[in-house]
Ligand binder design. Structure first.
Ligand code: GYE
Length: 345
């Protein structure tokens, strides 16, 4: 018995040294290391998947289905995130209502998604809900439309087009077509009231004609970015006045609606009244080919891949641009006809 005592003492001393070494890195006060040993299999004891295989959950709050452009954007997002096993997509369609988008964002926050994507239907009224996302530590990406200036700290990046430039390009095409000194009466079909795409396309266009006194916007009314409302507004106006030379529509769908109304009023769209649209959807290229429409200023809806890249860059700790711009062009005449076979949307 006497000879066993030093053996036990040595064992206890070794155990104490080992325990102290184990606590050394954690910097705690020696309450003991209760961490489980690293997992050696593919799943932990409770069968939860390995943390390294965890998907990046993206909640996307879409506006609705008001236009061909919107459908193409939705398809691009769904394709991008459902075809990549790194991601899980939660998708919500707000049917053009801001309150539904706000609800969707709150649901995404409650679900603890990793990233939120938002295409804001209007510019204003996002401060409270985006602050909630920020407080929850969830990065927000704005897609295609922007929010009121001064709120840049509430989102990570805006991915989309320069709508002011699109409006300027529309005006430029028109002035090249008619000449700087021409007298031109214009009907403007505006997008959704309060949407950045509508506000900025209006601003760019109006700036583009401000030093050309012959160019007059004789009527400007919202058609809510839909074909049906574009037609309705145009129909009503043509009953009062047919002395117009240009329809400038903030998107192709409204331009296509206006074309129908013009034909029904017995005039020739594309000839009697020149038609300018924005977006570059396939149906607009077809109308240009048929001679019923004159020009479409492209706005790229295929934003899924750019959003995915931005999320991966953010995860990798890279510095992101505040505005990630999409590439676009202006199509008219033979250039539009040549591009038609390759249009995807
Ligand atoms: O031009 C229009 C759509 O926000 C850029 O919304 C987008 C616009 C697009 O409904 O067709």
């Amino acid at each position: 018995m006497k000879r066993q005592k030093p053996y036990w003492l040595a064992l206890i001393a070794i155990m104490m040294i080992a325990m102290m070494a184990g606590c050394g890195n954690s910097g705690n006060n020696g309450a003991g290391n209760t961490e489980a040993p690293p997992a050696t299999g593919t799943a932990n004891e409770d069968n939860t998947p390995d943390a390294s295989a965890k998907k990046i959950v993206v909640g996307f709050a879409q506006i609705g289905q008001e236009s061909g452009w919107r459908d193409a954007e939705t398809a691009s997002i769904k394709e991008t995130f459902t075809n990549d096993p790194q991601f899980e997509l939660k998708f919500s369609d707000a049917q053009q209502k801001q309150e539904n988008q706000i609800k969707a964002i709150r649901t995404f926050i409650a679900q603890k998604v990793d990233v939120i994507g938002l295409a804001p239907v209007v510019e204003s009224g996002w401060e409270t809900v985006l602050k909630e996302a920020k407080d929850a530590g969830i990065p927000v990406f704005l897609l295609d439309r922007g929010i009121t200036k001064g709120n840049e700290d509430l989102y990570t990046s805006f991915i989309g087009s320069d709508f002011i430039l699109e409006g300027e390009n529309a005006a430029k095409w028109m002035i090249d077509e008619f000449g700087a000194d021409a007298t031109v009466n214009i009907v403007q079909l505006e997008g959704t009231v309060g949407a950045s795409a509508a506000n900025d396309r209006k601003k760019g266009f109006e700036d583009g004609i401000k030093d050309k006194p012959g160019y007059k916007i004789v009527y400007s009314q919202t058609g809510d970015f839909t074909r049906a409302k574009g037609k309705e507004v145009m129909e009503a106006y043509l009953k009062k006045d047919k002395n117009i030379q240009v329809v400038y529509a903030h998107n192709d769908d409204m331009a296509l609606g206006a074309i129908q109304a013009i034909e029904e009023a017995g005039l020739k769209p594309g000839t009697d009244i020149k038609i300018i649209g924005v977006d570059g959807i396939k149906a607009a290229f077809e109308a240009i080919k048929e001679g019923k429409m004159n020009v479409t200023v492209e706005c790229n809806p295929l934003l899924g891949p750019q959003l995915k890249q931005a999320i991966l860059d953010l995860k990798a700790g890279k510095e992101l641009e505040k505005w990630i711009k999409s590439e676009e062009d202006v199509y008219f005449g033979q250039k539009a006809i040549d591009a038609l076979p390759n249009r995807k949307y």
